[in-house]
Write a protein that binds this ligand. Structure first.
Ligand code: SF4
Length: 372
């Protein structure tokens, strides 16, 4: 249980005068609109687009803390104190044909990122051992390439998935890029794949400023093929790439319309050599506000905080759960380091949160069939 404390200056006599330690007051109209939205979400109703935009636009510190309090309550209502942990292993690194402007693995940019071809089984099993010892629910096999088609590479990937599943160490997930052929999705399903990561990255409108070698529609189509094959979807994006609040709001609503199950939020960690290397960092409070907005728009989904967490949030990392996060990427990311897993596990323990899931409970999540 995570509690929000009434600040010293809060007035218990007048609830419309709730304030933070810096005495910024929550406007009564704002507070009552927030409460109406929060109650609606708790009652199982969806919030509408205008309320979503309004939440993303909140700018007063006290209002943002009020939003965090609601996001925390909503997380506890739908998720209890359970936190889902995920890890990833790069099964093919660097030299990617795509030009995603945030990515150190694109062949279009000069970076220090390692390059290697498809790995054999031992490094995958080693990563699975590590994941299991850390209590991680799922290990994602991630490949740096445009996408996957039928052929020997798919055969090898399916063999890795089957071996990993048979080892019983952890649930095998995958992130293998664009899928154009529904038979590929069916084949992955037959190999035991339960969940596939494929991020929308940002809004439909902003996407061409992130990547021009494939389209937003390619990504939506991939998700549709996977859903049709009965595979659960992990899809989110990256914030801090220069997008607006409206773009972040668009992303959250698009993910809701797609009926995804896990929503990873990455925070840009600018990599030297990539076009986004000079991007200014988002302020920690803006990051927390974004997480909270996603929780209110996607109340039943796992909101997972992934890359860029340590470098952007620093001492405020533990507040992601108060902002509504219910899942955490632990261990190192694809091209950047994370804080040690022991530190993450201690943080969860200190917050009274429980990462000890023996299997991931997709069942309590909203199922939708339509795509945006
Ligand atoms: S994000 Fe994926 S598709 Fe884009 S350049 Fe990096 S590895 Fe390639």
């Amino acid at each position: 249980m995570i509690c929000f404390f009434f600040p010293r200056s809060a007035s218990r006599e007048n609830p419309f005068m709730l304030s933070t330690m810096i005495d910024a007051q929550v406007d009564a109209t704002t507070r009552s609109r927030m409460a109406a939205i929060g109650e609606k979400v708790l009652a199982g109703e969806k919030i509408d687009r205008s309320d979503g935009e309004w939440l993303f636009r909140l700018s007063a510190t006290a209002d943002i803390f009020d939003l965090l309090a609601w996001a925390n309550r909503i997380r506890e209502h739908f998720k209890g104190n359970k936190i889902h942990l995920c890890s990833i292993v790069n099964v093919k690194a660097g030299g990617c044909s795509e030009n995603c402007r945030f990515c150190a693995q694109s062949a279009a940019y000069q970076t220090d990122s390692p390059r290697y071809g498809l790995v054999d089984l031992p490094p995958v099993l080693k990563a699975a051992d590590e994941a299991k010892s850390n209590g991680v629910t799922a290990l994602g096999l991630v490949a740096a390439w445009k996408g996957i088609e039928e052929g020997p590479v798919l055969d090898e990937i399916c063999s890795r998935l089957e071996d990993l599943k048979n080892s019983g160490k952890t649930r095998p997930d995958a992130s293998l890029g664009i899928i154009k052929n529904p038979r590929v999705a069916n084949r992955l399903k037959s190999a035991g794949l339960e969940c596939y990561n494929h991020n929308l990255e940002s809004s439909r409108q902003f996407f061409p400023r992130v990547c021009t070698t494939h389209s937003y529609e390619d990504r939506v189509e991939t998700i549709q093929h996977l859903k049709n094959a009965g595979i659960k979807i992990c899809s989110g994006g990256i914030i801090g790439m220069g997008e607006t609040e409206a773009d972040r709001c668009d992303l959250a609503f698009a993910l809701r319309d797609l009926g995804v199950h896990i929503v990873p939020i990455n925070i840009l960690n600018p990599i030297e050599g990539t076009p986004f290397a000079q991007n200014l960092p988002l302020e920690p409070l803006k990051i927390l506000q974004t997480i909270a907005c996603f929780r209110l728009i996607l109340p039943r989904q796992e909101i997972m905080i992934a890359g860029g967490r340590s470098v952007n949030l620093r001492d405020m990392q533990s507040m992601i759960f108060m902002a509504g996060a219910s899942a955490l990427m632990v261990g190192n990311y694809l091209t950047t380091l994370n804080q040690p897993v022991e530190k993450d596990l201690q943080m969860l323990k200190d917050l009274g949160l429980d990462p000890s899931w023996d299997k991931h409970g997709f069942s309590d999540q909203e199922e939708t069939t339509g795509c945006a």
